[in-house]
Design a protein around this ligand. Structure first.
Ligand SMILES: NC(=O)c1ccc[n+]([C@@H]2O[C@H](COP(=O)([O-])OP(=O)(O)OC[C@H]3O[C@@H](n4cnc5c(N)ncnc54)[C@H](O)[C@@H]3O)[C@@H](O)[C@H]2O)c1
Length: 432
């Protein structure tokens, strides 16, 4: 099939490359000319494991091209995916400007029947808005489909190639059949293609993210209770996770969730529920717990030291989770800003996010060339992101480098008893 994917971010670029990999002719479109130039040179603007190789192979084999020309890409395609950003607006709602701009651009370029697929995460009712925008601009026939994306950054290729399910919100048989055909290669292992109305498809994405965010906040609260009553969240978590009705995923306490999706999607779901006169009480608590959780480790540090003024704090990990360079809404931002506000000096290391971090913190912190480098003369280390390379470090070397051997483990990656036996003062989340 001939496909255009508009937006070459984490979702669009992965979707485009994976559709090309399954034999389609894909044109990826972005309005960011620098990004397109980079992609044409075979360089990837983001860090996502395996993506560079996939893009390179499909480009070389002629199935994947890059352009800034939405009109030409639309005319050459049967299906146009909208995979642009839907950032948080000032009032917390999803900002649909980019989505509607693309819809308008696609409509103006139409030269026959097109399926316009919304892959961006959008509030219920957006398919109707997209349809209205297109209808105002063209007399050509078209279908609007809602196809939310469930991939995880850091494992995006695997998730796209082998999805748990494909959700298709469609309202006519022609576009439904085309979408089923397009996704057939990705669902051979038996993953269901779920066809539903557009409103349900749009809401399904928010419901999934809100449920995951709720699990994180719930476990963070259980961990906080563990801290106050002297229980161990690892034991509690395993007991809870072995219940088949609950399962083990997304039950790890930590420094709060972040990223480009959970915070904004929780806010948007709250907002559009409220606009429809529904008060989504649980979600308000999920959000408030998360905000508080991001500040807890810094408060514990302050308690430990009395004052953080003049203290040198090493920070391991800045991205919102491992295997990505994405720092959107990362807990590290709140933590580092909290440390700086209390007069601490910060030396940070992240395997992939340094460039983005420089754009956020500028020269207010120092950027270390490696994990051990960040520890030189440090009064304490805080582990913010659980990159694999932090999991089994040389603890004797760490002690030699640090001024005082104090670790605040925001991700529970070390064993408390072992750390104490090694002579560290060790704090983690919900474990005695
Ligand atoms: N990142 C994720 O893990 C993830 C997962 C599932 C769903 N989503 C959703 O998918 C959507 C895209 O997310 P992302 O993380 O890929 O965003 P992103 O910010 O990484 O990429 C968006 C891209 O769209 C481009 N763009 C914006 N307006 C454009 C226009 N008018 N024409 C052409 N290109 C334009 C931008 O230049 C940018 O490259 C969002 O709605 C997001 O909520 C994201």
């Amino acid at each position: 099939m001939k496909i255009a994917v508009v937006g070459t971010g984490y979702v669009g670029l992965v979707a485009g490359a994976c559709f090309a990999e399954s034999g389609n002719d894909v044109t990826c479109v972005d309005k960011d000319a620098a990004k397109i130039r980079m992609l044409r040179r075979g360089k990837i603007p983001i860090y996502e494991p395996g993506l560079e190789e996939l893009v390179r192979r499909n480009r070389a084999e002629g199935r994947l091209t890059f352009t800034t020309a939405l009109d030409r890409a639309t005319r050459a395609s049967d299906i146009v995916f909208i995979a642009v950003g839907t950032p948080m607006g000032e009032d917390g709602s999803a900002d649909l400007q980019q989505v509607l701009d693309v819809a308008r651009g696609v409509a103006r370029a139409m030269n026959g029947y097109k399926v316009v697929v919304n892959k961006s995460t959008v509030p219920v009712g957006t398919a109707v808005k997209v349809r209205d925008v297109i209808r105002r601009e063209t007399t050509h026939p078209f279908s609007v489909v809602s196809n939310p994306e469930f991939l995880k950054q850091g494992a995006a290729l695997e998730d796209f190639m082998k999805p748990d399910r494909v959700v298709i919100g469609a309202e006519d048989p022609r576009s439904t059949e085309l979408m089923k055909e397009l996704y057939a290669p990705f669902t051979r292992t038996g993953a269901p293609i779920m066809v539903m109305d557009c409103a349900s498809a749009e809401l399904a994405k928010y419901a999934a993210n809100a449920m995951l965010a709720a699990r994180v906040s719930f476990m963070n609260e259980i961990a906080n209770v563990c801290d106050t009553v002297g229980a161990n969240v690892d034991e509690v978590r395993m007991a809870v996770a072995s219940d088949r009705r609950i399962g083990p995923s997304f039950l790890f306490p930590g420094v709060g969730y972040g990223g480009s999706c959970f915070p904004k999607d929780v806010k948007a779901l709250l907002k559009f529920s409220h606009e429809h006169k529904y008060d989504f009480q649980i979600l308000r608590a999920v959000e408030a717990v998360n905000e508080a959780q991001k500040g807890r480790m810094v408060a514990r540090m302050e308690k430990h030291f009395g004052s953080l003024k003049g203290r040198q704090i090493a920070v391991w990990g800045l991205s919102f989770k491992p295997k990505t360079d994405d720092m959107r809404e990362a807990p590290a931002i709140t933590i580092v800003n909290g440390l700086l506000a209390r007069g601490a000096r910060v030396s940070a290391f992240d395997p992939e996010a340094e460039k983005i971090a420089r754009g956020i913190f500028g020269s207010r912190i120092t950027y270390s060339a490696g994990a051990y480098d960040a520890l030189k003369g440090a009064d304490a280390l805080i582990v913010v992101t659980e990159w694999n390379e932090f999991r089994r470090p040389d603890f004797a070397k760490m002690k030699r480098l640090m001024r005082t051997a104090v670790i605040f483990d925001g991700r529970n990656i070390y064993n408390p008893a072992a750390m104490r036996a090694l002579g560290f003062t060790y704090y983690s989340v919900g474990r005695p």
